[in-house]
Design a binder for this molecule. Sequence first.
Ligand code: DI6
Ligand code: FE
Length: 404
Amino acid sequence: MKTLPTLYRNATLCTLAGDDWGLIEHGALFSRDGRIAWLGPEAQLPIALAREVQAEHVLQGALLTPALIDCHTHLVYGGQRANEFELRLEGASYAEIARAGGGILSTVSATRAADEAQLLDAAGRRLRNWLGEGVGTLEIKSGYGLTLADEARCLRVARRLQERTGLSIRATFLGAHSLPPEFAGRADDYVNALCAWLRELHAQGLVDAVNAFCESIAFSPAQVRRVFTAARQLGLPVKLHAEQLSDQGGAALAAEFSALSCDHLEHLGEAGIAAMRAAGTVAVLLPGAYYFLRETRLPPVAALRAAGVPIAVSTDHNPGTSPGSSLLLTINMACTLFRLTPLEAVRGVTVNAARALGLPDRGQLAPGLRADLAVWQLDHPRELAYWFGHRPCSRLIVAGQELS
Ligand code: DI6
Ligand code: FE
C-alpha cells in the first residue's frame, strides 16, 4: 500500500540493530512506501530527504522502537477453560485433564460449535490487547478445529484478522495439536489425514508455516517427522512445540528440518541445544505458560545463551495454558521468572521473534526494513520489561500505516 513520505522527528530511537539497544538521541526516521528509508540523528537528515517529506510527526522525545512481534499464539478458538484452572488449583495436572478428555479437546468442541463470524469476532476482540501494546506482527496457529473444514475456518479467520486490523498476521497450521475423537486409537491414520489437509489448505493460500505438538500426550517424534516431511514437500517452514512437559528429542528432530523455532523447551537437554544451534533454530520461551501451569522446571536459559541460540519470547496465548494477552507482561515475566536481561527480553519480541517467523524484513530499525514502528511514552527501552499493567504505547505504525 502507498504511504506518504513521512518523517518522525525528535525521538529517542531504539534500533536494536547491533548487539545493544542501539539508542539514537534526538533521532529522526524517514519512511516511504511502507519502508524505512533513513534514520539517524535529526541534525544529519539529508536535505534532499527533508524536501520530500509530506507528513511529519514531532515525537517530543518519546521512544521509537520497532513494532513488537508476538511469534507464538493460538488466538482463534471458541469458549474458555476457567473450569480447568480451578481443577488444576485443586491438584489435577494438565496432562491428567487432557487424558480425561478435557484440555485441548474441550476447546476443539467449542471451536467446532462456533461459526466463522463468531470466531472472528472473539479473536478480533482479544486482538485489541496486542494492538494497544505496540504489536505489529502476530503469529496465529490453528489446531482447535482438527477437521479439514474446521482448520480451514480458523486459518481463514487469521487471514481476515489481518485485513480487518492492518496488523501483519502469519498463519501456522497446527493440525498435529491433539488427536481428535473421531481418530481415537488411530493416530497414524490421523497424521495421514492431516498431511492431506495441509496440501489442500496450502493450495488455498491459508498456510505460512507448519507446527506440531511433540509430546507423550500428543504426537511422537516419528509422527512429527511425517508432518514435517509433508511441509518440506510444499516448501513450508516448520516450528515445533518441543520439550514442554518431557524431553522427546523434538528439538533435534525439528533442527533436522531447519525449523525456524522450537518453542517452550522447559525440558530441553544438551543434545537439543547443540542441534538448534547448528541449525540456527530460535528458542521461543513462553513464560506465560510456565507461570499459569505453575511449572517449576526452568528452560535452560544459561545454556541457550552460552551456545548462542537466539532467544525469542512470546505470549503463547491460548485458553488452556496461557490465557494472558499482554506481550509486555510476558517480557517482564521472561526477566523475573527466566532471568533474561531486559535487553534479551526486548530482543526476544523484536529481532529474534522476527527470526522465529522467518521475517528478516522487521524487528529492527534499519533502512530497507518495513516501517513497523511503535512510539512509547518512556525514557528508556528497558522500561518495556519493567512496567507491567501499563499501556505506554502511544502509536503503532505498520508498513507505514498508522493504526490504533
Ligand atoms: N502447548 C501449549 O501450551 C498449548 N498447545 C500446545 O501444544 C496449549 C493448548 C491448550 O491447552 O489448549
Ligand atoms: Fe503453544
